[in-house]
Design a protein around this ligand. Structure first.
Ligand code: UDP
Ligand code: MG
Length: 325
């Protein structure tokens, strides 16, 4: 049976989502079908340790448009997205979460904005962040505040739920960094964009995979990959402290020569602790950048695929089209 080339690719990273995978994908496929456009559903199994891959294997009967990639281990959502984007064949790619926290009912509206209004990126922005622990809310606003100040991108309320035109995907593929940050990179790319607001519903089942440590790590890496201002701040501290050293040095010498030395034990201890702290922090900041360079120069592949699943019976072998009609 002939299946036309997909117009839309819908890309979903999945990590240990066996419980609601089938329902979520059927719901998502249902909404795309409303548009009557040929599509493909690309699911990237990000090294799940539960039965996610097994569940995916039984799905092509119900969703013939399903294609699945299995990464060789858990590479993290960012790289799972990266794998999917490199395998998407549609003229537009919609990226969304697999837990229905990105409401699929917006899909027809996104596609309309792309096809009829000519937008290259349609991004869904969070009108409310949904139920989240306090630390996540506070951490997110700190992180986005810093990113905005340091790199000039306002990603507050941004989500990974986006439609990208083919040329945006092409541009994205040209960004070769190993540590990817999807939200930031699509902001950097530019192009004509439109926002659609949405409320984040609760997770379908299971718990969020993002703990405090993982999120903090992602925040530091993202800032390092988007801004070198922290390095400048280190230099600024250096200048400030040198000026202080000159002033204090003159003062101290003056006192020693003309007024006799006075003991200043507490001052010395406090200064030492303070300067020591700033130096260590600064080395840490420099270290983050060295680590980033280190990861880039190693030149390892960003992810590894261990298995692929595609409904071969429905794809067209090259050269076989003419007599299929
Ligand atoms: N995810 C992934 N790899 C990971 C963690 C998460 O592919 O290491 C996927 C997950 O299956 C889901 C999406 O990324 O489809 C968002 O994850 P989650 O719902 O846990 O994050 P939150 O909604 O809290 O941002
Ligand atoms: Mg979620």
């Amino acid at each position: 049976m002939y299946r036309p080339a997909p117009e839309i690719s819908v890309l979903i990273p999945m990590y240990n989502e066996e419980l609601h995978l089938r329902d979520s994908l059927l719901a998502i496929a249902g909404y795309i079908r409303l548009t009557r456009l040929p599509f493909e559903l690309i699911v990237v199994d990000d090294g799940s340790t539960d039965a996610t891959w097994l569940a995916l294997q039984s799905l092509p009967q119900e969703i013939p448009e399903l294609k699945a990639l299995r990464l060789s281990r858990n590479f993290g959502k960012e790289l799972a997205l990266c794998a999917g984007l490199e395998h998407a064949a549609g003229n537009a790619v919609i990226v969304m979460d697999g837990d229905l926290q990105h409401p699929p009912e917006l899909i027809p509206e996104m596609i309309r904005s792309w096809r009829d209004e000519g937008y290259d990126i349609v991004e869904c922005v969070k009108e409310s962040r949904g139920k989240e622990p306090m630390f996540k809310k506070a951490g997110a606003s700190l992180f986005y505040g810093m990113l905005n100040r340091l790199a000039g991108f306002d990603l507050k309320n941004a989500s990974d739920y986006k439609l990208l035109d083919g040329k945006v995907v092409q541009a994205w593929r040209g960004l070769k960094e190993r540590k990817t940050f999807f939200r930031g990179m699509t902001a950097w790319i530019g192009f004509r964009r439109k926002s659609i607001p949405f409320h984040v519903p609760p997770r379908e089942s299971g718990a969020s995979r993002w703990g405090f440590v993982k999120l903090t790590g992602l925040a530091v890496e993202s800032i390092v990959s988007f801004s070198t201002v922290p390095l400048r701040i280190v230099s600024a501290f250096g200048v400030l402290f040198s000026l202080g050293a000159v002033a204090l040095g003159i003062h101290t010498l003056w006192r020693k020569l003309f007024l006799g030395a006075v003991t200043g034990f507490t001052t010395v201890i406090l200064l030492q602790l303070f300067i020591g702290g700033v130096i260590m922090l600064s080395i840490g900041v420099v270290g983050e950048y060295i680590a980033a360079i280190y990861h880039e120069v190693k030149g390892r592949p960003r992810y590894l695929i261990s298995e692929k699943l595609a409904n071969e019976s429905r794809t067209v072998p090259i050269g076989a089209r003419s007599h299929e009609y």
